[in-house]
Design a protein around this ligand. Structure first.
Ligand SMILES: Cc1cc2nc3c(=O)[nH]c(=O)nc-3n(C[C@H](O)[C@H](O)[C@H](O)COP(=O)(O)O)c2cc1C
Length: 177
């Protein structure tokens, strides 16, 4: 578990094993190994929630996993972000900026895929609620995030739940549509 939160991570999206979307219906953006260098200690492994931005997209809620994915017995440690937004296309090669706000639990093994999916759905529902707290919402104001370029498109197509004005730029937080 990371003791000093929030932490800020920036990484490029690379190919994972591809099981997130296909097997679990929970797509994840796998961040490149440089991000692991920022999280050198094994003690940072676990499941977290926070905010994420893909290139200059709006800032979305996210849940993430850091570690070895014991259910799949991976031989490579990974940082994977599941963004609470439906993207039309893959975004391999994009830059993802992440603020890790809180710890949810340790990584677990499960006796079935369905059990793991149910647990991740619970993680998502806790994250959805937690992130509405003022102390987390305030971090949307950090200039760490880029101003969003496609806000109008996003307004037309989704339900805006919160809004904050940031140094003359507006960041929108959206519900999962
Ligand atoms: C919020 C969240 C929680 C997760 N929790 C676990 C876990 O407890 N145990 C585990 O083995 N993998 C966990 N994972 C990782 C999934 O197994 C992983 O995303 C999946 O294997 C897809 O990886 P891939 O994109 O490399 O194929 C979690 C992933 C997310 C996004």
């Amino acid at each position: 578990m990371i003791n000093t939160l929030p932490i800020f991570l920036k990484g490029n999206v690379c190919k994972g094993y591809g099981r997130g979307s296909k097997e679990l219906g929970i797509p994840t953006a796998n961040l490149d190994d440089d991000v692991l260098q920022l999280l050198p200690s094994e003690s940072t492994n676990g499941i977290y929630f926070g905010w994420a931005q893909v290139d200059s997209s709006p800032v979305y809620k996210m849940v993430m996993s850091i570690g070895w994915n014991p259910f799949y017995k991976n031989t490579k440690r990974s940082v994977e972000v599941h963004i609470l937004h439906i993207f039309e296309e893959d975004f391999y090669g994009s830059t993802v900026r992440v603020i890790v706000e809180g710890f949810l639990r340790n990584e677990q093994d499960f006796s079935s895929k369905e059990e793991m999916i149910n647990q991740i759905k619970m993680d998502i529902s806790i994250a959805e609620k937690k992130l509405l707290e003022k102390n987390f919402m305030e971090h949307l104001n950090y200039s760490f995030f880029l101003p969003s370029v496609n806000i109008e498109h996003q307004i037309e197509n989704s339900e805006i739940t919160e809004k904050s004005n940031v140094n003359g730029f507006t960041n929108f937080v959206q519900s999962n549509i």
